[in-house]
Structure formats: structure tokens, C-alpha cells
Design a protein around this ligand. Structure first.
Ligand SMILES: NC(=O)c1ccc[n+]([C@@H]2O[C@H](COP(=O)([O-])OP(=O)(O)OC[C@H]3O[C@@H](n4cnc5c(N)ncnc54)[C@H](O)[C@@H]3O)[C@@H](O)[C@H]2O)c1
Length: 281
């Protein structure tokens, strides 16, 4: 039974994950790198909850109770040993993730399940750094408090019991879990990211302007957001990292990242989070 959850990283995804579990009566530990990052994450969580109060989906008292369930810690080494589930949500870098899991497996009680929110890195490879049968992918969608889907990814050695516990937990917090086997990009990003990459090629080759590309996909295909606006929302660095995983994982040139995407990341134009991507914010 999962009662205490530790979330490593309180950025875009981590603060949303903490919000969802705190709302659903779990005791949640937020682990960040320094006090400034903790404060930023806690303020985003408070904003997430107060938006729900304004919309009338929760009460002010539910918001206060949720905030009281959150404890914050600085540094992975201070993650509470009593955690039943660790959800890692640091930036998309395999070596950085592996080093965190190696450190955690020495600290945390053996029954604890380890999950990664990676968008594309192999769950089997991450699992090999610690306890493969108790390791699983929990791929939440952005923004986490709003989006219903969680891809639950079985690594090569993920046990049926680990899968069942995580699937039940996802259902218990109102999400819809989808079972996925470990392949580059899982389901969501294997299909979504090549579409975004192709939209960037369409722009680079001068086929159309940013707004027209997005309008075609919104009005012509009924997508709620155009692919270039969505790339800005996800973060162009995250998009590039996922394309590289698909390209290396399948060894197929159809997944080559668009040169314009690479150039924009090198220039620090990362989308919403840097203030500029395909659009200015
Ligand atoms: N952004 C998206 O739309 C999206 C969607 C689904 C999945 N993901 C995946 O979720 C993960 C997180 O992405 P994000 O967009 O939230 O990134 P982000 O850059 O917004 O946040 C990452 C956070 O991790 C923290 N962090 C880094 N190293 C740490 C450490 N050693 N200890 C504690 N905290 C540490 C950073 O301080 C930062 O706040 C990635 O694997 C990404 O691929 C992202």
C-alpha cells in the first residue's frame, strides 16, 4: 500500500505530480536541489491548487489540507527512508537519472517502488541501476493536474505486482493508466514528437509561417494546440532530447532531429520557459 510518496525534482512535471498526490490524501515529499527551487515549486503547487479553488473543483479547506501533506527536502540524500514510492522527475538525462537511482537504492527501504517520469529513456536501462522488479515508468502528461493520461511502462523485469500497485494508484488519483512495453518514446512520444519535428521541418523549408502551420493542425485536424505552440509548451530542449532517443533507439533516419530544432536549443530559445521559442512569451 502506497502511503508516502517522494517526488525528486519539482519543475514543470514534478510540481504537478506533487499537487495531484497531495490532493488525494497521500503524504508527499518534494525533493529539490536548493531552497530557491523548493520555494519556486511550492509556489507553483499553491498556484495549481488555488486555480482549482477559483474554478470550484476543490474547496479552500481541501487546498489547505493538501498543502499540509507536503514536506520539502533539499538533496536526494535527504529523501525519507520511509518512502513507499519514489517518482523521479528531474531533467531528461539518462546519466543524471541513473546516478540518482543508484544513490536512492542504498538509502530507501527495500519494499519501495521506483518510478521515472522520463519522456523517452529506456525504463529497462534505468531499472538496471537499482531494483529492476520494483522499477516502472510513470509518464504523466503536462499539465499534470489537468491531463488524465498516465502511460505506465513495464521495463523488461518489472514484476506484475509492481505494475498492479502502480496501475491501482493511478486509478485512485483519478488518472487513466495505459499499459505500455518499453520501447523508445513509448506510445505518446513515438507518435507526437515525429509530428512536431515534421512541423519544424515544414517551417525550416519555408513551406509556411509558424501561425499557418499551427492553424492548419488546429482547424484542419481539430488539435487543441498547433504543433509549434505545443513544442514551446513542452520545451524545445525536451523535444530535442526525445528525438535523439528515438533516432538512437531505432537507428532509423526518419527520426533525425530537425536542424532548426537543434539550432534553437543551442541558441537558448527553449519555448515558454525561456521566454521565446517559435513564439515570444
Ligand atoms: N515538460 C513536459 O511537458 C514533460 C512531459 C512529460 C514528461 N516529462 C519528463 O519529466 C521529466 C522532468 O521534466 P520537466 O519538464 O519537469 O523538467 P524541469 O527542467 O522543469 O524540472 C526538472 C527539475 O528537477 C530538478 N532537479 C534536477 N536535478 C535534481 C536533483 N539531483 N535533485 C533534486 N532535484 C533535481 C531541477 O532543479 C528542476 O526543478 C523529464 O524526464 C521529462 O522528459 C516532461
Amino acid at each position: 500500500m502506497i502511503k508516502e510518496i517522494s517526488v525528486i525534482g519539482g519543475g514543470t512535471m514534478g510540481n504537478g505530480i506533487v499537487t495531484v498526490f497531495a490532493l488525494n490524501s497521500s503524504s508527499v515529499n518534494l525533493i529539490e536541489m536548493d531552497q530557491e527551487k523548493v520555494d519556486k515549486a511550492l509556489s507553483s503547487i499553491a498556484n495549481n491548487l488555488s486555480r482549482m479553488v477559483t474554478k470550484g473543483t476543490i474547496t479552500g479547506s481541501q487546498m489547505q489540507k493538501s498543502l499540509q501533506r507536503i514536506k520539502s527536502f533539499i538533496g536526494v540524500k535527504n529523501t525519507p527512508i520511509t518512502s513507499d514510492l519514489i517518482i523521479e522527475a528531474i531533467y531528461e538525462n539518462k546519466d543524471a537519472k541513473i546516478s540518482i537511482f543508484k544513490e536512492l537504492q542504498k538509502l530507501i527501504k527495500p519494499e519501495c517502488i521506483f518510478a521515472s517520469n522520463t519522456s523517452s529513456i529506456s525504463i529497462t536501462e534505468l531499472a538496471n541501476s537499482c531494483r529492476p522488479d520494483k522499477f516502472i515508468g510513470m509518464h504523466f502528461m503536462n499539465p499534470v493536474p489537468v491531463m488524465k493520461l498516465v502511460e505506465i511502462i513495464r521495463g523488461f523485469s518489472t514484476s506484475d505486482e509492481t505494475f498492479r500497485i502502480i496501475k491501482d494508484l493511478a486509478n485512485a488519483v483519478g488518472k487513466t493508466p495505459c499499459e505500455v512495453n518499453d520501447y523508445p518514446g513509448f506510445i505518446s512520444n513515438r507518435i507526437l514528437l515525429p509530428m512536431i519535428n515534421e512541423a519544424i521541418y515544414t517551417l525550416m523549408e519555408g513551406v509556411a509561417k509558424v501561425e499557418d502551420i499551427d492553424t492548419v493542425m488546429k482547424l484542419g485536424m481539430n488539435h487543441p494546440m498547433g504543433p509549434l505552440a505545443l513544442a514551446d509548451f513542452i520545451g524545445l530542449d525536451v523535444c530535442l532530447a526525445i528525438m535523439e532517443v528515438l533516432h538512437n533507439g531505432f537507428n532509423d533516419s526518419k527520426y533525425r532531429p530537425c536542424p532548426l530544432l537543434k539550432k534553437m536549443v543551442a541558441a537558448g530559445k527553449l519555448g515558454r520557459k525561456s521566454g521565446e521559442g517559435f513564439y515570444k512569451y
